[in-house]
Ligand binder design. Structure first.
Ligand code: BES
Ligand code: MN
Ligand code: ZN
Length: 502
């Protein structure tokens, strides 16, 4: 199985000035107003959807009860002469609440409902081409690499193949579509990694696949194997990885685009059993997603290059499998993190912070201006914020900037504190620090407090805990299906773009 064969690509995206003869569906947005639904932005495309056709269309939609409520779907035969076979109206809700994220969600819902369709044309581009393109691409994403012929999608279940975005003139929207496609593909890359099962994606394989993508994009790649990690003093990564027959790795991917340096670090636990502090069996399969942070930062380094951002981005990604075995680390073991800090491992299930601390210290040696780490780090993140809201911690100003940008792109990161008093809870009798606190309160913040010890002074730092948001165990919603979500790739791209001053 090659890395390329395992990659899912979403639909083809293109711009168009007309509704071509091969169009199966025209997707329009429907706003809800006090006077009933109205077709959004349709007048932008007067040439392809004239006033008479719009009137006819709206009358048909009204006749079948369309209201324009957010994400409502109404499918009707196309009015005569339109070119498409049918029309899908997707609700956008009220005008006041209409933002890019609503357009993304509505486009995603439309895309999901169009399985079995070859070509859709949409007017949603008249509202926000970039958001519409992201929504369609991500909504149509499916991961079928492990379906045999016995259960491969039938033609009527195949994801939407092609989406054409109406634009007013041939030269409009090119840059917007390029960027949206690059970002959406980065999200899909992260999703693919997360969705690949843990027997297929173990540390060496994960590093190799990431390296392949990075080399193909012309980026610098460095991989440390278990011997080099041991010799280099990466005690956290070695300690966590030593219970597995599949040894750990540290991969570093660098895109050099400018003087400002951003370090990205992502938790790459390819499977988290908990180790000797083993987890209960129920839902343990979800721990295939414990490399969601790694997947996100790798995909982000790749897209930074694709977008040509004028900054330097280094992704430093520790990868290990947390297994219980005769060679596994024990509760009570003392390990030495990269850089010399000794740690009493009280709970082998608090493994993320152990591999991240090594990687943060290593990344700090490059003297980055900004350091962002991303991890499916604590169940406490979900207790505090639920399954869809990343917790953002770090140095205050940068934390708030990252959270604001995350909200702007619809990933909704929320700022959280690192109360100073939590540090004392990590004191250890035998080592410099323990890896867990002796109580259950504020677990997300305790983990952030642990990481803070390893972040160099003066660096602008953000820590994103995406334990819930990286992996959707519920039903599909908006442009997000079951499984890997790709969160927080779009936050990271927004932050890098902001830092780059673009
Ligand atoms: N990978 C888990 C966190 C997690 C839990 C992610 C659920 C996604 C869904 C992490 O390694 C872990 O086990 N954390 C422990 C920490 C505890 C031992 C201090 C937890 O949250 O229980
Ligand atoms: Mn764990
Ligand atoms: Zn974990």
């Amino acid at each position: 199985m090659t890395a390329v064969a395992d990659r899912s690509l979403g639909p083809e995206l293109a711009r168009t000035e007309s509704i071509g003869p091969d169009t199966d569906v025209l997707v329009v947005g429907l706003l809800s107003t006090d006077d009933g639904p109205v077709i959004a932005a349709a007048d932008v495309f007067d040439a392809v959807l004239d006033a008479g056709t719009r009137e006819q269309l709206l009358a048909s939609l009204l006749a079948v009860g369309a209201k324009g409520k957010a994400e409502e779907l109404t499918r009707i035969p196309a009015p005569d002469g339109l070119g498409a076979t049918s029309v899908l109206a997707v609700g956008l809700g009220g005008r006041d609440a209409l933002d890019a994220e609503q357009i993304r969600k509505s486009a995603g819902v439309a895309a999901r409902s169009l399985a079995g369709t070859a070509t859709a044309v949409t007017t949603l581009s008249g509202l926000d081409l970039g958001a519409a393109a992201e929504g369609f691409y991500l909504g149509a994403y499916t991961f079928t690499a492990f379906k045999s012929d016995k259960s491969a999608p039938k033609p009527a279940e195949q994801p939407l193949q092609r989406v054409e975005f109406l634009v007013p003139t041939a030269d409009s929207g090119e840059d917007e579509l390029f960027r949206a496609q690059a970002v959406a593909e980065a999200v899909a890359t992260a999703r693919d990694f997360v969705n690949t099962p843990p027997n297929a994606l173990f540390p060496a394989e994960f590093a190799e696949r990431a390296a392949e993508l990075a080399r193909a994009a012309g980026l610098d790649v460095e991989i440390l194997d278990e011997k080099q990690l041991e010799a280099g003093g990466y005690g956290g990564i070695v300690g966590v990885g030593k219970g597995s027959s599949r040894p750990p790795r540290l991969i570093r991917i660098t895109y050099s685009g400018g003087d400002t340096k951003v370090a990205l670090i992502g938790k790459g636990i390819t499977f988290d059993t908990g180790g000797i502090s083993i987890k209960p069996a129920a839902n343990m399969e979800n721990m295939t997603s414990d490399m969601g942070g790694a997947a996100a930062v790798i995909a982000t380094a790749l897209v930074a290059a694709r977008l040509g951002l004028p900054i330097t981005v280094t992704a430093t990604v520790p990868m290990a499998e947390n297994m219980p075995s005769a060679t596994a680390q024990r509760p009570g073991d003392v390990l030495t993190q990269y850089g010399g800090t000794t740690i009493e491992v009280i709970n082998t299930d608090a493994e993320g912070r152990l591999i991240l601390a090594d990687a943060i210290v290593r990344a700090g040696e490059d003297n980055p201006d900004y350091l962002i780490d991303v991890a499916t780090l604590t169940g406490a993140q979900m207790v505090a914020l639920g399954t869809r809201t990343p917790g953002v911690m770090g140095t205050e100003e940068f934390r708030d900037r990252v959270a604001r940008l995350s909200q702007e792109v619809g990933e909704n990161g929320w700022p959280m504190p690192l109360p100073a008093e939590l540090r004392a809870d990590l004191n250890s009798k035998v080592a410099d620090m323990a890896n867990v606190s002796p109580h259950r309160w504020g677990g997300m913040l305790v983990a952030g407090t642990y990481l803070k010890e390893f972040v160099p002074e003066g660096v602008q730092w953000a820590h994103l805990d995406v334990a819930g948001p990286a992996y959707n165990t519920g039903g599909p919603f908006g442009y997000i299906g079951k499984g890997g979500t790709g969160v927080p790739v779009r936050t990271l791209v927004a932050v890098l773009t902001d830092i780059a001053g673009e």
